[in-house]
Design a binder for this molecule. Structure first.
Ligand SMILES: Nc1ncnc2c1ncn2[C@@H]1O[C@H](COP(=O)(O)OP(=O)(O)O)[C@@H](O)[C@H]1O
Ligand SMILES: [Mg+2]
Length: 343
């Protein structure tokens, strides 16, 4: 894909293993685009209110509402749910304003959207497609798009293929009427170069494995890959030489790497004392420090290997730093900082 903030990429789909920062990255990307002076709709489809939490505001509804003021641009948020999308369809295509509400009252809408997961995803992707295609004013196609970009906090890696491909597999109950007529158009947009699917990962075993699986699946389905976002990157505290030294074999089995002479425990203890950091038992402290150093070096070495696996996927990588977060995660200052990093 072109540049991450390229105006031609109108739909950004952000997936990743749960907990890697999917919602945070979607929010930061939407903010970065809005700061370019664009009008951006950021939406979620899993009913988690993750965007409200991210931007520290009241729960979002189906109707897009401004998330926060952005100089020169606009950032709106929406929590898309299948029920809202179905009611909207009934209203737009059948003018079933009140009748739709009757269907809702007797439970037909709940039935349709919870019993048939395929239909649920058809409705959700259909609504995202609508948001991408809607023009300002009327829908005739001679005015600019209502949103320059739609950014989707999408389902996690395990579900993303089925979710995005639902319109290609002739989704059961949705084989009727306008929903079906739209299925092909939805797939055409999802597969086009105006869409980019990004996968967020951490440099940890499971997320990288899921990233590789998702990339393979998305490619098989012919969906356009955007970036792999390596999130929460921590700069190593040791350079290569020190890492290698910390990883040198632990000859005496003490766990501190001192057995093969890679480290001189007494000299280290003396240095700690000279720094006023030796405590009551400088030798014990030095030994503890070596254990931690070794653990850190092991992690750094594993992260290097995982990073090579990510690079081997052949997709441009974007790195985002790990920021300090409070107990409740990042505040929206953090999102601003990550948006800056993406730009
Ligand atoms: N770059 C980062 N630096 C620090 N904390 C982060 C970063 N990205 C995400 N987080 C934190 O990690 C946690 C999971 O992020 P979230 O976006 O909710 O993940 P997901 O949507 O993938 O489940 C949150 O507490 C969030 O604040
Ligand atoms: Mg989330």
């Amino acid at each position: 894909m072109p540049d991450l903030l390229d105006p031609r990429v109108r739909l950004h789909v952000v997936t990743g293993k749960g907990g890697t920062g999917k919602t945070t990255v979607a929010g930061a990307l939407a903010l970065a685009l809005a700061r370019q002076g664009r009008r951006v709709l950021l939406c979620e489809v899993e009913g988690r209110q993750g965007l409200a939490r991210l931007f520290d505001r009241a729960p979002l509804g189906f109707e897009p509402t401004p998330l926060l003021p952005v100089d020169g641009g606009e950032l709106l948020g929406s929590a898309i749910d299948a029920k809202g999308a179905l009611l909207e369809y009934l209203e737009v295509f059948y003018r079933l304003g009140r009748a739709g509400r009757t269907l809702e009252r007797i439970g037909a809408v709940d039935f349709a959207t919870t019993i048939a997961p395929g239909l649920r995803d058809v409705l959700l992707t259909g609504k995202v497609y609508d948001a991408v295609r809607t023009r300002q004013g009327d829908r005739r196609g001679d005015t600019p798009y209502l949103y320059d970009h739609v950014v989707l906090d999408a389902p996690p890696t395990g579900r993303i293929g089925n979710f995005l491909n639902v319109n290609a597999v002739g989704a059961g109950l949705a084989r009727v009427g306008p929903i079906n007529a739209q299925a092909e158009s939805v797939m055409a947009v999802l597969r086009s170069e105006t869409t980019a699917v990004h996968v967020v990962t951490l440099l940890e075993d499971m997320p990288v494995q899921e990233t590789a699986d998702a990339v393979a699946e998305l490619r098989r389905l012919g969906l356009p890959m955007g970036r792999v976002v390596v999130n929460q990157v921590r700069p190593p505290l040791l350079d290569e030489a020190l890492t290698a030294r910390a990883l040198a074999r632990d000859g005496d089995g003490s766990g501190d790497g001192s057995g093969d002479g890679a480290w001189d425990l007494d000299a280290l203890a003396a240095d700690l004392t000279a720094l006023g950091a030796g405590g009551d038992d400088p030798r014990a402290r030095a030994a503890g420090l070596l254990v931690e150093t070794r653990e850190h070096a092991l992690r750094v070495a594993r992260e290097r290997e995982l990073r090579q696996e990510v690079d081997a996927l052949g997709i441009t990588v974007v790195e985002l730093p790990q920021l300090d977060g409070g107990r409740h995660g990042l505040d929206d200052g953090g999102v601003h900082e990550l948006a800056g990093a993406l730009a």
